[in-house]
Design a protein around this ligand. Sequence first.
Ligand code: SF4
Length: 395
Amino acid sequence: MQVGEIDWGPSKGYQIQDYQLSPSSWNRYEECPRKYWLSRQSLPRKVGMPIVIGNAIHNSVEDLCNFDISNKNDDDKGWLPKLAKKTLDHHWQLQKDIFFDTPRRPKWKSNSYNKAIDGLNKALYMLLSQVKIDNVKLSNVSVRMWRKIREIIIAAEGTMNSNCGKLMGRLDLLLKDIDEEGNQIGWIVVDLKTGKPPKGKLSETVNRQLRFYRDLLMLININHPPIRAEGWYTANETTHEAIGPSVTDNAMTTWDLIELTDIPFEATPEEFTCGFCEWKAWCPKWLIAINEGVLKKGGRFSNEVVKLVNFDPDEGLASFEVMFPEGQDGDLVESGERFGAFLANQPLNQLRELYSQGYEGPLFLGSARLDGEIRHLGDWSEILPWKPLLKSIRG
Ligand code: SF4
């Protein structure tokens, strides 16, 4: 195969497997198999501003890389910042629509737009730097300079499927790897990262994710040139290469393990993973782990299962009774411990809705801020019905 000709594997609609392993499903499974199982149950998802910012930047970079510049003059300048803003505005609006269509959402933060434009500009500077164009403002980027970037882009966004149909990955960018003399020496898989950059080397999960892309590309392109995989962190404009052996065999083994069953997968409660798990209202295991002293109780922000005692929907004041787990399936017993809470924004709206529907069951309180005996629940918090899921609800 000539360098530049790329095979993406079987196209969409030609799935020869019922389910596939992607880097994100792999990570989720490794963190906690139950978390992966719950993520596949079509439960209501959560959205937040970091997701909005990340998606808007990714989609804008893709559009800008594919933008047709054939009719522009080589010396034209000043077009890139305007085009970048217009492209971002378009994707920002699309993300905003998705955000407001998602029931589990915090408050919309308009000023996050500035973070998105900053991230997009930094991604463009990283692309310029890749073709050795440094210290130039975006307003001074000529079409000739941009053509240099276009010359190294093999693909902007692409979905790869292994020929066996088991593995799937979405690439942000596939670039030509160019040496100092300008000769192409291989391919670079680029994954744009809009989150926090690593302090030293890449985390194990990101490293594995990048190698997954690299190895999947190798798997479906038998005559591939040398391939490197890099994470590009827009926040501080740093590039981190993922190095290590092939992950393909492990990926195939994991594929065998993630086939969904009717009963939930094993849960492996752990402080950090449970802290950021969006499925706690459907999982009894973190609550049992707290009760058994495996996970810490409290902290500045707490997750609890409670019974509503009093509620003033107008004032946003409520009192709750803490519930303790009984058995392994999420059944509860009263504890006699009560506390008062101030509610605002998302959790207040959620409780108002449940209250108006006449819901009287137990509630999951996510991320309540502790202030002495009082809890504060604001944009960062959630109130959901407590509904431990013990059997698959997939159709
Ligand atoms: S809450 Fe913890 S134990 Fe339960 S699914 Fe999430 S990560 Fe796993």
